[in-house]
Design a protein. Structure first.
Length: 341
């Protein structure tokens, strides 16, 4: 198990290893679905099913919502992520509402089309080789050196600050604890309940084993507007997060207690970094590891300064930027991650 408090900051690049969309891919999918500009023959360019769903839900006001959807679709390409786009449109509730609904729809579609989805039993992942994903190494490290009777302690020192909306982490851990570690459903749920999961932007909802009436992984909701709009309440925007003092305290507390922080597939977008802004004291910062795959090395010094400022770290030498994918970082840095610093 992880012997010292550790924080994993997880971004879209980590979920992409399971077939979930990156920020740019999510923007493109939303733009394609919500662009209701009409073609010369007056047919809808975007997703006809979504167009019809809004017409049914809003009736006489549907033109306003179709226009709002198109405005988001046309402008979203100017932003690095849907979160930044919704921040821009925060004063237009129709756009924010439709953006959140489409996030839910696209995440559920991506879960269903990703590498984990098991149509025969959505509570368990499909039998496959996940060597190019980060969670097998993460789970192995957490369970290592424990007896079965001690399984509940596996995540005692772990906090995950998850900037993604999907439930790949929870599903993978629950499934593997049941199949690979021979825990029953209640035991697996109990183990995962000790994993501190902080979600700055929320998610599409808890899984059924986490909460009665939860949302199955990859649930096929299609255009059930009542369900989609209800679930969109689980998704939060950056503006909404500014109002959450409890969330900021939870993030700050986790980072201040940590002996090591690991950034996995994190894009270091300005608004996301702002949510991590800490108030750390003067004590030395032991270690920071961050994946920076496909980032130009010319940015590295600036990134180190940004990380140091965000978590109040005065020793740049303790910040390592690694040109690796998330699944490559964990096994290659296992000695560092597991060390009793």
């Amino acid at each position: 198990m992880f012997s010292q408090p550790i924080v994993f900051v997880v971004g879209a690049g980590a979920s992409a290893e399971f077939g979930m969309p990156t920020g740019a891919e999510m923007n493109a999918r939303i733009a394609q679905a919500l662009n209701f500009n009409t073609a010369p023959n007056r047919t809808v360019i975007g997703d006809q099913a979504v167009f019809d769903m809004l017409a049914i839900r809003f009736g006489a006001e549907s033109k306003k919502y179709h226009a709002a959807a198109t405005e988001l679709a046309v402008r979203i390409g100017e932003f690095d992520s849907i979160d930044e786009a919704l921040q821009w449109f925060s004063a237009t509730p129709e756009i924010v509402s439709l953006g959140k609904v489409e996030i839910v729809r696209q995440i559920l579609l991506s879960e269903r089309g990703g590498s984990l989805f098991n149509a025969q039993n959505p509570e368990l992942i499909r039998s496959d080789n996940y060597e190019k994903t980060w969670l097998p190494s993460f789970l192995s490290m957490a369970m290592g050196s424990l007896k079965k009777e001690q399984a509940r302690e596996a995540f005692r020192n772990v906090t995950i600050i998850n900037f993604n909306y999907d439930r790949t982490i929870e599903l993978f851990l629950f499934s593997q604890l049941r199949t690979n570690f021979d825990l029953d459903s209640n035991e697996a749920t109990d183990v995962i309940s000790n994993l501190k999961m902080v979600r700055p932007y929320g998610s599409v909802g808890p899984l059924p084993w986490q909460e009665r009436g939860g949302v199955p992984f990859g649930a096929e909701i299609k255009t059930d507007h009542e369900r989609l709009f209800a679930l969109s309440g689980n998704v939060r925007t950056f503006t909404e997060q500014n109002l959450s003092d409890d969330l900021r305290r939870e993030i700050t507390s986790a980072i201040n207690a940590a002996r090591i922080v690991v950034f996995l597939g994190f894009g270091f977008h300005q608004q996301n970094v702002a949510l991590l802004q800490g108030t750390r004291g003067a004590e030395a910062w032991p270690r920071v590891l961050a994946t920076v795959k496909n980032v130009d090395p010319a940015n590295f010094e600036t990134m180190k300064l940004m990380i140091a400022n965000t978590i109040r770290c005065s020793q740049l030498s303790q910040i390592q930027l690694l040109e690796r994918y998330a699944h490559q970082l964990l096994p290659s840095m296992k000695l560092t991650l597991m060390a009793a610093l």
